[in-house]
Design a protein around this ligand. Structure first.
Ligand code: ARG
Length: 572
């Protein structure tokens, strides 16, 4: 149990007695004591009594003697709480003996569908897909570790009118040649060439149109060519996922086309429920609260005027499938912020139709853009969107070069391995350590630096701890007595016992920068501790105790970074 919770549980009954009703004690970490509560101030205002008197009365009822060495009223009516060393040491010992590091398996396991990555067939993945992949994968790792059943849904863009043109281009190019180009990851040139011919050549346009009709009609020869395009693209995306070291696999592709058979029934049911309106020839639903800038109601188009179903119909069918067939109660959509409105409308319509109701709920895990050093959307020198693999290769190359320079003793193979872990770690961490609602600037020097809130800093802290144990030649004894005489030891202990709380919060809000910030604080606190509290130069119980603190820090760093999808090399 974390200390905020422990102290809250102890203070709450005392506050309730004084107030005659439940009061949240609002216990926070503080500079003045270890923890502070300011709830007596608001309560005193409500009761019309002097705040210090109210605070003193709360303390009379509070049973905190076994947890706090000092509990006193301070200033205008704060409660200052100093945690007893023995109590803190007891929590550290419990943590050391706990393989889950103070993070219990959930008592309410849910089926969670995470819709993430979702690149488009025969199109290059761009940095937006990078963010979705990195954030979605962290969510999958975290929720799985907490004991939820996580279903990864890679909502691949594998259907729609562009496939007429793409298939015709494939025919013109020849299947072997096209397959080669696509599996090499030349998706952009393939797409652009198709587009260029489409724009320039009327006969090609006509063929493309007929091809779309054949595709939608289920023509076997056309379907075979379409599958070839999808297959080659999936293969390519899988190589990117491997490079990126994410947990997505081939089994997780659930492309838009897999919902095709469900689209007709979705629209029919919306009609039966009286939710459909015709608007400019298209079939639309107008969800209750959605109005545009001009105050006009905004429609969600479920069938276009040409009779085709679009993106929204597919998303509705997917919700119905996820809650109904898969039994999911939490649906996460890791998609850029520009699509927020789309998802709000889709959720509203799904709720109206009875496909999404409590306890099932859908959340848009939105994110901002990645910017270049000029503060504008990241572009290549030629002004095009940056190719994702190029970015990953550059990260690995830079990190490998830095690793060789920093530690020439590592062999060639280990340098390459470390370089990969650091490069990919740096990319992921730069993303996950920024508030996902905001844009962030991709800055190579900063993200690869060994100083500051970066992956290499945390990985280095981990490897340093491992080197302590290599030199010690022994492991920490988890049942060792813990002594927290030094302030630096106490400070580290406080950070360590806070892991569970952060993980619990992030599982709710999926704001991974809070987990990143916590790990950074932990590593910095460890660094200060290690400077002041020698481990290998002392003997006996103090050394045993310090080894436990080192070991715990290493384990928390490793687990925390694992949850962010980042590896922890033993040496670097
Ligand atoms: N393929 C889309 C894109 O590249 C993202 C799909 C997101 N997921 C969804 N269920 N709509 O923008």
């Amino acid at each position: 149990m974390d200390l905020e919770k422990l102290l809250t549980d102890r203070l709450a009954p005392a506050f309730a007695t004084v107030a005659g009703a439940p009061v949240d004690p609002v216990v926070r970490r503080s500079q003045r004591a270890d923890f502070q509560s300011d709830a007596a101030l608001a309560l005193a205002r409500r009761l019309g009594r002097p705040p210090r008197a109210v605070a003193a009365e709360v303390l009379e009822y509070a049973e905190v003697a076994d947890v706090c060495s000092v509990a006193e009223v301070s200033g205008p009516g704060f409660l200052n709480l100093t945690v007893a060393d023995e109590a803190l040491a007891g929590l550290v010992r419990a943590l050391a003996a706990d393989p889950r590091l103070g993070v219990p398996v959930t008592v309410e396991p849910e089926t969670v569908v995470i819709d993430y990555s979702a690149p488009n067939v025969a199109k290059e993945m761009h940095v937006g897909h990078l963010r979705s992949t990195v954030i979605g994968d962290a969510a999958a790792r975290l929720l799985e570790w907490l004991g939820h059943r996580v279903l990864r849904a890679n909502h691949l863009g594998d259907w729609g009118t562009p496939f007429g043109m793409l298939i015709e281009h494939l025919v013109d190019l020849g299947e072997a040649e096209a397959a080669q180009e696509l599996s090499m990851g030349d998706l952009d040139s393939f797409y652009k060439a198709a587009r260029a011919t489409f724009d320039a050549d009327e006969a090609f346009r006509e063929r493309s149109r007929r091809r779309v009709v054949a595709l939608q009609g289920g023509d076997p020869a056309t379907l075979r060519l379409w599958r070839l395009l999808v297959r080659q693209s999936e293969r390519y995306f899988t190589t990117v996922y491997d490079r990126l070291d994410v947990t997505l696999t081939e089994r997780d592709f659930h492309g838009e086309s897999s919902y095709n058979d469900l689209l007709g029934p979705v629209v029919e049911d919306l009609d039966r429920l009286g939710l459909l309106r015709e608007s400019d020839g298209a079939s639309c639903v107008f969800p209750p609260d959605s109005v545009g800038r001009d105050g006009e109601p905004l429609p969600l188009i479920v069938r276009k005027s040409d009779g085709g179903y679009g993106y929204s119909a597919t998303d509705l069918a997917a919700i119905r499938h996820r809650t109904g067939t898969l039994g999911a109660t939490r649906l996460l959509y890791v998609v850029g912020l520009p699509q927020r409105r789309h998802f709000e409308m889709v959720y509203a319509v799904a709720a109206q139709a009875g496909w999404l109701f409590p306890p099932a709920r859908a959340e848009h895990v939105g994110f901002g853009s990645i910017l270049g050093s000029d503060g504008r959307m990241l572009r290549s020198r030629a002004g095009e969107s940056v190719k994702l693999v190029g970015l990953l290769e550059e990260a690995i190359a830079r990190a490998t070069a830095l690793t060789r320079k920093r530690n020439p003793e590592l062999g060639e193979a280990e340098s390459a391995e470390v370089g990969r872990a650091v490069g990919i770690g740096a990319i992921k961490y730069a993303d996950l350590s920024s508030d996902r609602h905001k844009d962030y600037v991709l800055d190579w020097d900063r993200m690869l630096s060994l100083d500051g809130n970066t992956a290499p800093y945390l990985q280095y802290a981990y490897s340093r701890i491992r080197s302590i144990f290599r030199r010690a030649g022994v492991a920490a004894r988890p049942d060792a007595a813990i002594s927290l005489a030094e302030p630096a030891e106490r400070a580290l202990a406080f950070e360590l016992v806070g892991f569970g709380r952060v993980v619990g919060e992030v599982a709710e809000n999926l704001e991974f920068h809070h987990l990143a910030g916590y790990l950074y604080r932990l590593a910095a606190t460890f660094s200060a501790y290690y400077e002041r509290c020698p481990v290998l130069r002392v003997d006996g119980p103090v050394r045993e105790s310090r080894l436990v603190l080192c070991d715990l820090t290493g384990r928390v760093l490793q687990q925390g970074l694992y949850l962010l999808g980042i590896r922890t090399p033993e040496r670097m």
